[in-house]
Design a protein. Structure first.
Length: 155
């Protein structure tokens, strides 16, 4: 075997040995710690008193198209909402109108009147989660709001 061929084989073997040692050392080193998760308390609220015999939770995903809205309504159970995307325009009872955006949360007491529940955008949908926590089986999670006092009365 010519000397040049032996030299090339020796260099290749030494290179392979060095690479094998590097890989072996890399696998022997302790694994890197996994990146920790991040968390935040998005909402903390004391719920209305419940009888405690049975608690039911329902998670409802709601989407309003651009410019979409629901009529004034009420819920029989506490509701916690979380906006997934878009902007939600709301008014509860006689409170101020507010806009909730992606990552925002909101809370409604049972029986609150949801006067405005609408998409704040005319071009993009809004999508949010509504968590209902009820102390009984509820077949209807939203009901039309009661008519304002004096509505329909003749003068």
């Amino acid at each position: 075997m010519p000397a040049i061929t032996r030299s090339l084989i020796t260099i290749a073997l030494v290179g392979a040995f060095v690479e094998a040692m590097r890989l072996s050392a890399a696998s022997a080193s302790p694994p890197q710690a996994a990146r920790p998760s991040q968390s935040r308390v998005a909402l903390s609220r004391t719920l209305a008193p419940m009888d405690g015999r049975e608690i039911r939770v329902r998670l409802v995903e709601v989407t309003y198209p651009p410019g979409g809205a629901n009529a004034s309504h009420t819920h029989p159970c506490p509701v916690v909402g979380y906006v997934l995307e878009g902007a939600l325009r709301m008014q509860v009872n006689d409170g101020a109108e507010a806009i909730f955006r992606k990552g925002d949360t909101f809370y409604e007491e049972p029986g609150d009147i949801h006067r405005i529940s609408a998409n704040a955008s005319a071009t993009e949908p809004v999508r949010f989660l509504a968590y209902f926590t009820c102390d009984r089986e509820v077949t209807q999670l939203s009901m039309p709001a009661p008519a304002p006092k004096g509505a329909g009365e003749r003068r």
